[in-house]
Design a protein around this ligand. Structure first.
Ligand code: HEM
Length: 577
């Protein structure tokens, strides 16, 4: 009863660990965090009553946990209408063994950005207390008398209001980074309407509030639970917040909780690493729990450095959660091998990115060498970076073998979903060709559907290639002099002879010869890549046409004659003359 009004039927699961623990076993739940329900906050009562109430529930919760065989932990409650009393009760509770506090998203007319509440949140951070914000005392109730609308409509909006208040007021800018705060029910309607908030922030000065950054920048300041009851909503929530910010919320044992706790996460399309974050890893971090499941006798590992939450971690630096969300198989039901197909291509693209980065460095070094023909430093640097490019390309040649573990029949099972996506559209592969000197404007046509890629490739067409930079440097050294009006063949011949002159004076040009050898090796490895790709294609689709519309293997064979630096090969012929 709330006063003399019926509120909810409850049963002994609320207070009896003998009932709770077997249910946890049935649901595969190892550890549960309990808290009193928000109707018991008593924020609308005199503060001393609310404090008395809080103490009763807080101590009762610890008694319940004591009978929970180590599998129950608790969050306390505080009389939030009185900040000093709240801070003192929180400190008492943290000393007594609570892991944090559950608060409502407002106290009467005061939202979470109220200076007193912000002071309390500061105190929570100082105490290392996890804060769970639960919506309560929903607005507009006179218009929602029926159908549990205060829960289904009011609560999500209340929660959104709590988050927006903390962001726009600038409270997050003032609060310490180590504050661990979580909003219930997936953050209510916040995530779905974040775009609207961001748009208002960008275009309407009055909507900006007092925060330093646009709203999206604050998503790493809070957690949300996973209680959204819809697979696509969960996917969206994780994509928006990041897999390190969402954790299983059960609402157990109340009627709007998940039946089959954790089943939404377990049956989702998230990766197993992400599921691990949502099903426990994030909660451990949020609650400040260490792993307690180390078997007795296990040697103590070296004491890890505990990063503060404002410091970089392995995952935040490498954006692991974002990276793991970038695989979207098209087959339905998902074919087992499609993930491999996606990941192999993605790793190629990542290495292409590194190759472009290093080859840009090679161009810069060669141009610097051309500007200072006496200095050897830039020549060494070019050779050093080229060595990296050859090592990467060696790995790229090898990597096809992983894809060859896929049976042709298995590829055919999802190939139909790919059309017209094709390697033809690999912008970075074409960029690599252009950057090395193979500038074939015709290939631009495959990039018309993506204007940014098209513009980037046009830029590469205009800019000096590795080939240009290399021969410009030889010209600056006085090794290359092409007469006006020379034919293409004569030009190539002159360049080959310039290379030859380096090899013939090994004593003086060891460093340049090293550059030549690296460039030759790179050329050779790219041809090996083309060949291995053709072998893969024939092994998987035989002589069929490609999804990009080419004749397939017979088209690809024509590309085997492509060389970035034909002069380096020609010089060898001249040498043996
Ligand atoms: C099942 C595996 C694969 C098959 C069956 C396949 C098939 C083909 C075919 C038939 C083409 C010719 C263009 C077309 O008509 O689509 C092509 C081009 C291409 N593929 Fe693949 N491919 C596979 C895997 C890969 C992988 C792992 C990469 C790595 C990035 C890759 C990169 C490329 C590139 C860059 C081209 C353009 C080559 C050029 O124009 O010189 N392919 N592929």
């Amino acid at each position: 009863m709330v006063g003399d009004r019926f509120f909810r039927h409850i049963d002994s699961a609320c207070w009896d660990p003998e009932v709770r623990l077997p249910e946890m076993d049935r649901n595969g739940v190892e550890l549960q965090v309990i808290s009193a329900t928000p109707v018991l906050f008593a924020y609308d009562r005199p503060a001393e009553h609310a404090l008395e109430c809080a103490k009763l529930f807080n101590d009762a919760a610890l008694e319940l946990c004591a009978r929970g065989k180590g599998r129950l932990k608790s969050l306390c409650q505080v009389p939030l209408q009185d900040i000093d009393a709240s801070s003192q009760e929180l400190s008492r509770c943290m000393r007594a063994g609570h892991l944090g506090v559950q608060i409502g998203n407002h106290v009467g007319e005061k939202n979470l950005d109220d200076p007193g509440i912000v002071t309390f949140l500061h105190h929570c951070a100082d105490e290392g207390a996890a804060v769970l914000v639960h919506p309560w005392d929903m607005f507009g109730q006179s218009r929602m008398p029926k159908y549990m609308m205060p829960w289904t409509v009011g609560m999500p909006a209340e929660t959104q209001l709590g988050i927006v208040a903390l962001i726009l007021s600038g409270a997050f800018d003032k609060l310490p980074q180590n504050l661990r705060i979580c909003f219930a029910h997936g953050g209510g309607s916040f995530v779905f309407l974040l775009g609207r908030l961001q748009n208002a922030w960008e275009h309407h000065p009055v909507a900006r509030g007092d925060c330093d950054q646009p709203p999206r920048q604050y998503l790493n300041r809070f957690y949300v639970d996973s209680a959204v009851f819809d697979a696509r909503a969960l996917q969206f929530l994780v994509e928006t917040m990041g897999a390190e910010r969402v954790m299983l919320g059960s609402d157990y044992p109340f009627p709007l909780g998940e039946h089959g706790i954790g089943s939404l996460i377990r049956s989702s399309r998230l990766s197993s690493a992400e599921k691990g974050f949502l099903l426990g890893g994030n909660a451990e971090k949020f609650l400040g729990l260490r792993s307690e499941s180390v078997p007795a006798g296990t040697p103590e590992p070296a004491r890890p450095m505990e990063p503060r939450s404002d410091q970089l971690t392995y995952s935040s630096y490498l954006r692991v959660s974002e990276l793991l969300q970038l695989q979207h198989p098209q087959s339905k039901p998902q074919h087992h091998d499609e993930l491999l197909f996606i990941i192999v291509h993605q790793t190629y693209e990542l290495w292409f990115k590194e190759l472009l980065h290093d080859l840009d460095g090679v161009v810069a070094s060669l141009r610097a060498a051309a500007a200072n023909p006496q200095s050897r430093d830039h020549v060494y640097e070019a050779a050093r970076l080229l060595r990296r490019c050859t090592e990467i390309t060696r790995v790229l040649v090898e990597q096809f073998t992983i894809l060859e573990t896929m049976l042709p029949t298995h590829f055919l099972a999802f190939r139909g979903k790919l059309e017209p996506a094709s390697g033809f559209q690999s912008e970075q592969f074409r960029e690599l060709e252009f950057l090395c000197g193979l500038k074939d404007e015709k290939m631009l046509r495959y990039h018309r559907p993506t204007p940014e890629a098209y513009a980037q490739l046009e830029r590469r067409l205009r800019e000096p290639s590795v080939h240009d930079a290399f021969f410009d440097a030889l010209r600056a050294m006085g090794k290359l002099n092409i007469p006006q009006g020379a034919t293409e063949r004569e030009r190539l011949d002159a360049r080959a002879r310039a290379v030859l002159s380096l090899y013939r004076d090994e004593q003086s040009y060891r460093d340049w010869i090293d550059v030549c050898e690296r460039l030759t090796e790179f050329d050779e490895l790219v041809v090996s890549w083309r060949l291995r790709h053709i072998q893969l294609v024939e092994r998987i689709i035989g002589m069929r046409m490609g999804t990009g519309g080419s004749a397939g293997s017979s088209y690809l064979k024509l590309t085997l004659d492509k060389k970035f630096f034909p002069e380096l090969w020609e010089a060898r012929t001249l040498l043996t003359e």
